[in-house]
Design a protein around this ligand. Structure first.
Ligand SMILES: *Cc1c(COP(=O)(O)O)cnc(C)c1O
Length: 354
């Protein structure tokens, strides 16, 4: 732990809190009053500031715009019944932040600086944290290259920012998903494990086609053969097959999700068998046909646990059991919510108090 981070604070003169409709939050559309900004130059992080949320000015020549030197994180903060505010497992995000930075030739940020920056921005807008079940304050740290230079080379200067958004549930119903067997999100040796902005840009076209076909999400498969399941949209894919929790092993094509790790840990706590391994499309389809696939969901910070209602593959649609009848994901979500909202024991010390 280094010294307390020096952050210059300029508060808004007019809060938008009173005019915000917390009963109709669309994910990522409502921003809190403030944002955090910092600069990297001459080999160090500097100018940490909290300012009113608003527009920023950048050069049109920054390599973030031209070559995608940009990545982000996603974390949630919760308000407990006693008014205490916690951030869920941000130390894991600090680690991943630096993995993404390394892959994109961008500067690391010391874990304690990252954590203090999150605590500061959450603290100043703590009145923006919704308390209703399923609601939270979404925290979006991100970094981008700011050199004015059209040559393809890592920038020497960067901006780090943190935005926050009060959010409700990401999905409102069980998802109709399609196993993607043509397009690819990431390939071995690529940057699928990094939370790089470009991974998202490339996923939009296949996702749009799937939406036009009536699906809510895609299940990505391996780039080489499209035989193995990788992820579900921007969440990790998890299944209960034959009484075991199975999920693809993280590798360089798959993002190592905090929610994935949380679900695995809670399952093991409950004595539930877990297998992290290659998961074939064939075994999932077989399980959907013979009823041994008793649960399927996407796991991610934004979506939390998003139940899969049906899976389509090669034009055939398989409807899974009603999410209300699923023991595993319902129990995991209850345990997880109890930790996050402070109504149950946090035996792993996952809550970071602001
Ligand atoms: C963010 C993300 C996830 C989920 O990770 P969490 O840490 O659980 O939020 C999964 N897959 C992709 C591609 C992601 O970007």
């Amino acid at each position: 732990m280094t010294d307390t981070l020096d952050i210059k604070i300029t508060k808004t003169s007019k809060s938008r809190l009173a005019e915000t409709d917390f009963s109709n939050l669309v994910f990522g559309r409502t921003f809190s009053d403030h944002m955090l900004v910092a600069d990297y130059s001459d080999g160090e992080w500097k100018n940490f500031e909290i300012v009113p949320y608003g527009e920023i000015t950048v050069s049109p020549g920054i390599s973030a715009l031209h070559y995608g030197q940009s990545f982000f994180e996603g974390i949630k903060a919760y308000k407990h019944g006693d008014g205490k505010v916690t951030i869920f497992r941000p130390d894991k995000n600090a680690l991943r932040f630096n993995k993404s930075a390394e892959r994109l030739c961008m500067p690391a940020m010391p874990e304690d600086v990252f954590l203090q920056s999150l605590a500061a921005i959450v603290d100043i807008d703590r009145d923006w944290i919704p308390t209703e079940q399923g609601h939270s304050l979404y925290i979006r740290p991100f970094m981008f290259a700011t050199d004015q230079y059209l040559g393809v080379a890592p920038s020497k200067t960067y901006k780090y920012m943190v935005l926050t958004c009060p959010v409700g549930p990401y999905f409102s119903k069980a998802l109709r998903v399609k196993i993607e067997t043509h397009y690819t999100r990431s390939a071995a040796g690529g940057m699928g494990f990094a939370k790089s902005s470009g991974n998202y840009g490339g996923s939009m076209f296949p996702a749009k086609k799937a939406t036009e076909e009536g699906f809510d999400q895609l299940i990505w498969t391996d780039a080489k053969e499209h035989k193995y399941i990788e992820e579900m949209g921007a969440a990790n894919a998890m299944f209960v097959l034959d009484g075991k929790l199975i999920t693809p092993l993280t590798q360089d094509t798959i993002l190592d999700g905090v929610t994935r790790d949380t679900v695995i840990t809670l399952a093991k706590d409950q004595g539930f068998p877990v297998e992290e391994r290659n998961v074939s499309v064939a075994e999932i389809i077989e399980g959907a046909k013979n009823g041994k696939l008793t649960d399927a969901f996407g796991a991610g910070t934004a979506a939390t646990i998003a139940p899969v209602g049906s899976i389509s593959h090669n034009g055939e649609e398989y409807t899974l059991i009603d999410p209300a009848q699923r023991d595993f994901s319902r129990k995991i979500l209850q345990t997880l919510d109890a930790i996050r909202y402070g109504t149950g024991p946090d035996t792993h010390g996952w809550n970071y108090f602001v």
